[in-house]
Write a protein that binds this ligand. Structure first.
Ligand SMILES: NC(=O)c1ccc[n+]([C@@H]2O[C@H](COP(=O)([O-])OP(=O)(O)OC[C@H]3O[C@@H](n4cnc5c(N)ncnc54)[C@H](O)[C@@H]3O)[C@@H](O)[C@H]2O)c1
Length: 324
């Protein structure tokens, strides 16, 4: 029997890939998002897949709407990704807290009321500060977020622990850093993906940060969320996600290697380093769920470039994210 997954933030970058993987494994996805435009989904899913999903337009800040939507979906698994990223939380911290903190509480409350035993949600590497940028941090390193966004994600991890203690709801919070790939068009660390898109179209682009960061291919991130949503793990687990930790300058050089010759040299990186530990150790997750994929940066850039080229050739590649 196909399993039903309830996916919040399903119109987002990681959400679109989560939906794709759920459908590819023969399961059913019920999509919950405030946004009803299929901008990213239409890039990541085939037209057949797109027409097969159930969409609910709703706001995670509304407790009753969330509860009813999950109840009516008949979902057995929850992947909670809806949220506002770093710049949006910085611009409006109160709205950021409503969406990121109250929204997450609403998912846990709904799970408790409906009697669902577990859920997976997006935390973030933004719970860490830069600390000693040379070391690869594991989950034993004390969080010290430097943004409102990071503080909200840390609060959610605390709420998850209390829902386990008091209501027995098991959860997995995953901490990615710089997710890249098709559909990554907004947020602090979206620069590398937008740069690759710009160069693929023969346009110049400057990535707004420099220094090292932990690059994670979006499909690998999505696989971890999907698998954690049903893994029989107990407790309120928190896991780092790790891809490849490299300097943005090296990532730009790698993009130039995968780009066609006439489109090289168009990308630059200029700006401050990210205030987040640039290298994450995800041994704990890989021990809990052996077999998760680990796409190299070269392969991830090559696949992403190929997606951009295919969509551009079909006249279906949005470029509004290059204007900002
Ligand atoms: N992309 C990254 O590099 C990264 C890194 C660490 C953590 N995360 C976290 O992973 C999750 C997904 O990230 P993403 O890159 O796909 O983000 P995204 O910005 O592409 O998508 C977020 C989605 O949430 C939806 N949303 C926003 N407010 C909502 C509300 N009130 N109700 C319902 N839906 C709402 C948006 O419409 C959007 O579709 C987020 O929680 C993000 O904080 C992402």
């Amino acid at each position: 029997m196909p399993r039903t997954y309830f996916v919040t933030g399903a119109q987002g970058c990681i959400g679109s890939w989560v939906v794709r993987l759920i459908l590819e494994q023969g399961d059913r996805a019920v999509l919950f998002d405030l946004d009803h435009h299929d901008k990213r989904l239409a890039q990541v899913l085939s037209p057949e897949q797109l027409s097969s999903v159930d969409r609910i337009q709703g706001d995670v800040t509304d407790t009753e709407v969330v509860r009813q939507a999950i109840d009516q979906s008949g979902a057995e698994a929850i992947v909670h990704l809806a949220g506002l990223q770093v710049p949006f939380c910085a611009a409006d911290p109160v709205l950021g807290a409503r969406v990121n903190v109250l929204g997450t509480l609403n998912l846990f409350e709904a799970a408790r009321m409906i009697g669902l035993p577990r859920m997976t949600y997006a935390s973030s590497a933004a719970v860490y500060d830069l600390a000693d940028g040379a070391i690869s941090v594991d989950e034993s390193i004390a969080p010290a977020p430097t943004t409102h966004y990071g503080v909200y994600k840390l609060a959610n991890e605390g709420s998850a622990r209390i829902y386990w203690q008091e209501s027995g709801i098991a959860s997995v919070g995953l901490r990615p850093l710089t997710v890249y790939g098709l559909g990554r068009d907004q947020g602090l660390t979206s620069g590398p993906t937008r740069a690759l898109k710009a160069a693929s179209l023969g346009r110049t682009f400057t990535i707004g940060f420099s220094g090292p960061t932990d690059f994670l291919y979006v499909s690998d991130a999505a696989r971890a969320f999907v698998d954690c949503a049903t893994a029989p793990l107990e407790g309120a687990k928190i896991f780092n996600l790790h891809g490849e930790s490299v300097d943005v300058a090296q990532a730009v050089a790698l993009m130039d290697e995968v780009l066609p010759e006439e489109k090289r040299g168009l990308i630059q990186a200029n700006g401050p380093t990210l205030p987040i530990a640039p290298s994450l150790n995800d041994a704990a997750l890989r021990q809990a769920l052996p077999g998760l994929p680990s796409t190299s940066l070269r392969d991830g850039f090559t696949a992403t470039l190929s997606h951009f080229q295919t969509l551009a050739a079909a006249g279906r590649l949005p470029t509004d994210d290059l204007e900002a």
